[in-house]
Structures are given as structure tokens and as C-alpha cells.
Design a protein around this ligand. Structure first.
Ligand code: RAM
Length: 349
């Protein structure tokens, strides 16, 4: 179940994911994707040219989320494009925002590497009538029209704290291997994890938060360094799909395999071998394809003027059904989901 209220959708979701993965395998852009411009179709004369801008390219998480967006955009007859930097750094997304605005796209859907650094360029895009939807990682709320949140920060943080506490007997040193230091989503989750450790896990000591920048090699090296620096370390939480996969790869061939616990947020395809070989027992995530799909439908509703992003606005998101906009322009996808040896075979993304 990807969320209590969404449990009935898992079958549809699995199909969507299979399709998404197949599309992703063929490349980043859809056959119909172009350079933006005014899309015809779906909403009459509405400009349904939608550009997806992930934190960085080459991350399977965003390949899956963006393939969900592409699927939605094909459904409603818009044009999909994906652009993005190779490095997940704070200002690397600015030039892509400027280009999308110059192209006159109807909407930009992005996962922000920084809450502030993109705001000037987003403001310019919005004044050129580009709707701005953040998903996965938000900007400051005033810099965009909507944020499509995968799950509440509290829910995501608690899931990971519960997992590590269970895996290390609720006592000992733990460290966090995060993505980039400015990422809005990572920092919100880390702050809530710190609060939860302090409030309910007095015997767990969080010794350090390190940053692998959503880069595989950096994350791998940071894992090695943590294990050297803290010989008593009992566990690592990596709330990033890039980080947890790199850390698992390091642990799997090291003396720490099975001794130092690893959990966090991962994709089933990247983590499968480490669940099977016993390096990792359980980790969490949501459905990235659904997240991209929902973000695309939210962009469409904004472009067509069906919603403005006010609390209480509601819109239809294809096979995911109806969604309502909450406070601060946030739309919630669902709850995080825990993957383990028993269920991982059911997922393919
Ligand atoms: C990485 C990115 C992304 C995050 C996931 C869990 O792919 O950092 O922003 O949501 O992990």
C-alpha cells in the first residue's frame, strides 16, 4: 500500500510503473517532446508544454518520477520535455529555468536543490506566465504555485527513525548520509529525525550528518569515511536513493556487512541485491512515478486556470483520482512505504 487512502491503486500503479520504466529506458524525452512553445490539444488553446527539471540527471529516482510525468502529459495531450544539470548543486538549475521561460512553456515542474537560490529566476518565469510546480523538494512557498509533496516530512522522518531503531535495538551511534547540503527536502527530514531521536530514542546518538551530493562516488567515499571515523557506529540512515545505494554497495563487500545497519530511502531496483544478500533489511520510499504523474496533472490544472493553488482548490489527476490543495499550496501524494525481503519482488522501479 502506497498510503492508506491509496491502497486500492497499487495495481494501477504497478502498471504505470512498468510503463514508466519502459519509457525511461528509451531516453529522457518523449517522442513528441520539442522545444516548448505553445502546445495544442487537450485543453483547447491552453499551453500544455510542460518541462520537468529534476535535481540532476542520471538519477533513477528522477527517471521514474519523470516518466510518470511524461505518461500523464501524453494522456492529456500536452508536450513533455526533461532538462537538468548533471550536478545537484544550488544554482545549477537556474539556466534551465531561464531557458524554459524564454521558450514560453506553460509550466515548469522541478525538484529544487535549494529553497532560495532559484527564486529570482522562478519569479521571472512566473511573470512570463509560466506556472511553477515543485515536486519532491520544495522552494520557499512564495517562489512557486504548488508543491507536490510525496508524503509529510514527519511521516518520512518517522519511518526512517523507526526502521533504524528497530534494526539496532534502539541504542548506539548512528549517522546520516544525506544528498546535497541545501536540499529543502533532505533538510526538513533531517530536522524532524533529530527531533524524534531527542524526544523518543534517548539511547541513540546521532554522531554526524554527511553529504554525498547525490553523487554515487562521493556517497560511497563518505560511507567509508564514516565507518573509519566512528568504529562504534551501529547504523546509517541515508534519506536519498543515490546515497543508500552507494552506502549499501560499500557495506556489502566490507567487514561491516550485517554489523552496521543501513536504512533510509531507496528504490527497489537499486536496493534489491542488498536486501537479498542481507546488507539491508528494510528501507522506505513512495511511488516516484505517481509523484511525477500527479505533478503533471497539477501543472495542467494550473495552466487551464482550473485551480490557482489556493487551499481548498481541487483537481483531477487521471488514474490517481481527485486531490485537494492544502495550506501553503501543498498537495500530498500519500504515505511512505516500507520495502523488505517479503515484498521487494513485487516492485519494479
Ligand atoms: C534522491 C533525491 C530525492 C529524494 C530521494 C529519496 O533521489 O535526493 O530528492 O527525494 O532521493
Amino acid at each position: 500500500m502506497f498510503g492508506i487512502t491509496r491502497s486500492g491503486r497499487l495495481a494501477a500503479t504497478a502498471t504505470a510503473l512498468a510503463l514508466g520504466v519502459a519509457l525511461a529506458a528509451t531516453g529522457c524525452s518523449s517522442p513528441g517532446s520539442g522545444t516548448g512553445g505553445n502546445a495544442e490539444g487537450g485543453g483547447g488553446d491552453a499551453n500544455l508544454a510542460i518541462t520537468f527539471l529534476p535535481k540532476n540527471l542520471g538519477n533513477p529516482y528522477f527517471d521514474t518520477s519523470n516518466s510518470g510525468g511524461e505518461k500523464a502529459i501524453e494522456e492529456f495531450g500536452g508536450t513533455f520535455e526533461e532538462v537538468g544539470p548533471t550536478e545537484a548543486s544550488p544554482t545549477a538549475q537556474v539556466s534551465y529555468i531561464q531557458t524554459a521561460a524564454q521558450q514560453g512553456v506553460g509550466a515548469l515542474v522541478l525538484s529544487a536543490n535549494d529553497p532560495e537560490a532559484l527564486c529570482d529566476s522562478l519569479e521571472e518565469a512566473r511573470s512570463a506566465d509560466v506556472k511553477v510546480v515543485t515536486f519532491d523538494s520544495d522552494t520557499n512557498p512564495e517562489c512557486r504555485d504548488l508543491f507536490i509533496n510525496q508524503a509529510t516530512a514527519e511521516g518520512i522522518a518517522l519511518a526512517q527513525v523507526d526502521l533504524i531503531a528497530e534494526q539496532i535495538g534502539d541504542a548506539g551511534q548512528v549517522a546520516i548520509l544525506s544528498a546535497s547540503a541545501n536540499a529543502t527536502n533532505q533538510n526538513a527530514w533531517i530536522e524532524m529525525m533529530e527531533e524524534e531521536f531527542a524526544a523518543n530514542h534517548p539511547d541513540i546518538e546521532l554522531v554526524e550528518v554527511v553529504y554525498g551530493d547525490d553523487d554515487d562516488q562521493t556517497s560511497f567515499d563518505k560511507t567509508a569515511a564514516l565507518l573509519q571515523t566512528y568504529p562504534e557506529l551501529k547504523g546509517i540512515i541515508s534519506p536519498t536513493t543515490v546515497g543508500i545505494a552507494a552506502a549499501a554497495r560499500y557495506l556489502s563487500t566490507s567487514e561491516y556487512k550485517g554489523k552496521v545497519a543501513l536504512t533510509g530511502l531507496g528504490t527497489p531496483n537499486q536496493m534489491r541485491e542488498y536486501i537479498e544478500d542481507g546488507t539491508v533489511t528494510a528501507f522506505a520510499l513512495w511511488n516516484p512515478a505517481d509523484l511525477g504523474y500527479l505533478a503533471a496533472y497539477a501543472a495542467k490544472a494550473l495552466i487551464e486556470g482550473e485551480i490557482t493553488g489556493e487551499a481548498g482548490d481541487s483537481f483531477e489527476a487521471g488514474e490517481l483520482g481527485d486531490f485537494e490543495v492544502g495550506e501553503d499550496g501543498v498537495v500530498l501524494l500519500g504515505d511512505p512505504f516500507v520495502f523488505n525481503k517479503e515484498n521487494i519482488a513485487e516492485f519494479d522501479f
